[in-house]
Design a protein around this ligand. Structure first.
Ligand SMILES: Cc1cc2nc3c(=O)[nH]c(=O)nc-3n(C[C@H](O)[C@H](O)[C@H](O)COP(=O)(O)OP(=O)(O)OC[C@H]3O[C@@H](n4cnc5c(N)ncnc54)[C@H](O)[C@@H]3O)c2cc1C
Length: 111
C-alpha cells in the first residue's frame, strides 16, 4: 500500500485507527489469522468515514472487505492478498427499537 493512500486514510480515521501488516495484531490485540504480513485494517467511526474510505480506496484501486464481529464461518471477513479490512467495531450505536415488530436500527458494529 503506497504512502499516499496511507496518509489519506489516516487523515480520515486518525493515525491510531488505521494499521498495516504486523501492526494489526499489535494494535488491535486480536489474533489475525491467515497471511499476517499482507493487508491492512481501518476502523471507521461514522457512516461519513466509511463513505470517504470507500472513495479513497476507489482512487487507489485497493480491494476491501467488511468485518462485523468476525464470527462468520467461511472466512469472508478476511482481507487477503493486500486487501483492506473495514472493521466496524467502533460503529456500535443503536438508533431505535421496535419491539412489536422485532426490529432494531443499529450500526454494523453492534453485537
Ligand atoms: C458458534 C457459532 C454459531 C453460529 N450460529 C449461527 C446461526 O445459528 N445462524 C447463522 O445464520 N449464523 C450463525 N453463525 C455464523 C455467524 O455468526 C453469522 O453468520 C453472523 O451473522 C456473522 O456476523 P459477523 O458480524 O460476525 O460477520 P463477520 O464474520 O464479521 O462477516 C461475515 C461476512 O459478512 C461481511 N460483512 C460483515 N459486516 C458487513 C457490513 N457492514 N457490510 C458489508 N459486508 C459485511 C463480511 O465481509 C463477511 O463476508 C454462527 C457462528 C458461530 C461462531
Amino acid at each position: 500500500m503506497n504512502s499516499a493512500i496511507v496518509a489519506e486514510l489516516q487523515a480520515i480515521v486518525g493515525p491510531r485507527m488505521f494499521c498495516l501488516g504486523r501492526r494489526i495484531s499489535a494494535l488491535t490485540n486480536t489474533r489475525v489469522s491467515g497471511p499476517r504480513s499482507s493487508g491492512s485494517r481501518v476502523f471507521p467511526f461514522s457512516t461519513d468515514d466509511v463513505s470517504r474510505i470507500v472513495q479513497t480506496r476507489g482512487k487507489h484501486d485497493v480491494p476491501i472487505v467488511g468485518r462485523g464481529a468476525g464470527t462468520g464461518l467461511s472466512g469472508g471477513a478476511l482481507a487477503r492478498g493486500g486487501g483492506m479490512m473495514i472493521a466496524f467495531g467502533r460503529m456500535n450505536r443503536h438508533f431505535g427499537m421496535d419491539l412489536e415488530n422485532r426490529r432494531a436500527v443499529v450500526q454494523p458494529g453492534v453485537l
